[in-house]
Write a protein of this length. Structure first.
Length: 293
């Protein structure tokens, strides 16, 4: 344990090949280095230093706990070789994106509080971490911007989580998340169906059998100016309200949904905005068979 020693550089550790734990908390270290021989190290704490980049950890195959909180790290990188890592602490840094964690399949605890993460969709990048059960992202811009919605969003997309921001996740929250987000057209679903194409450039789009209930004004002239054919068959839609102005649309397939009416009465906020079939003046083919009309 070498905490609070004003150490500026990690050095002279080569002889300690059997070292299991190393704590260098609250020093003046600016670079991760000098750990090449510590091949059996299991715990490394470099909290409260001046580190700006994650690097030189390739040889630490047995590392289970890594604490890099309270540094000046802007990007998560060079951790893919830490295949046995179960706990990673990166709170109080300058991280804005959650790329770089996808190979940490043993990770169970991730602490990212008080960083610069502003987009709640970044959390979807953690979806493939099947063992992740504890996540702390409190104190980021997205948590203050979205109030409680960001919590429900995370619970819905990260379904293995048991604790979020220090609070246990209960069954009521799981149910609320399901009711709030289940059936929505997400960016993830859309990207899967686009196959690398740009939404504004596509002429035909197949979103059949996606269990969709709504898509929050995704389809209008601003987002899909070139769209000619759209297939939304075999979903769970009950209304055409989500459709905006689509003057180029020629073919619309909506069979096997739960649609009760084809027309949307304009609301107070929609007086100058065409919705539903009113926004499709050039439609040539419409399939609404097997609905509830």
């Amino acid at each position: 344990m070498l905490n609070h020693q004003y150490i500026c550089k990690i050095a002279c550790l080569a002889p300690y090949v059997n070292l299991r734990k190393l704590k260098l908390l609250d020093n003046a270290i600016s670079e991760i280095e000098g750990l090449e021989t510590l091949r059996v190290l299991e715990e490394l704490s470099l909290e409260k230093n001046k580190i700006t980049a994650i690097q030189n950890l390739d040889n630490l195959k047995y590392l289970k706990k890594l604490d890099l909180g309270s540094n000046k790290i802007k990007r998560i990188s060079n951790v893919s070789t830490l295949v046995n890592l179960t706990q990673l602490s990166l709170e109080n840094n300058e991280i804005s994106r959650l790329d770089g964690l996808e190979d940490l399949q043993c990770l169970m605890e991730l602490y990212l509080g008080n960083n610069l993460i502003s987009d709640v969709k970044e959390t979807i990048k953690l979806k493939d971490l099947q063992r992740l059960i504890i996540l702390d992202i409190s104190g980021n811009l997205m948590s203050s911007q979205f109030a409680n919605n960001y919590r429900i969003y995370c619970i819905f997309h990260l379904r293995k989580l048991r604790v979020l921001d220090g609070l246990s996740i209960d069954n009521n929250e799981h149910q609320e998340a399901k009711e709030t987000f289940s059936g929505r057209l997400t960016e993830e679903i859309l990207n899967t169906r686009l196959n690398g194409r740009v939404l504004k450039e596509i002429r035909d789009l197949d979103l059949s059998s996606c269990k969709l209930r709504d898509f929050e004004d995704m389809f209008d002239q601003q987002h899909c100016p070139s769209l000619r054919e759209l297939n939304l068959s075999n979903n769970q839609m009950s209304s055409l309200r989500g459709f905006g102005n689509l003057p180029q649309l020629k073919i619309l397939k909506l069979r096997e949904n739960r649609i009760e009416t084809l027309f949307v009465k304009p609301g107070q906020e929609d007086r100058n905005f065409k919705r539903g079939l009113y926004g499709m003046p050039n439609l040539e083919f419409l399939d609404v068979s097997s609905n509830q009309l």
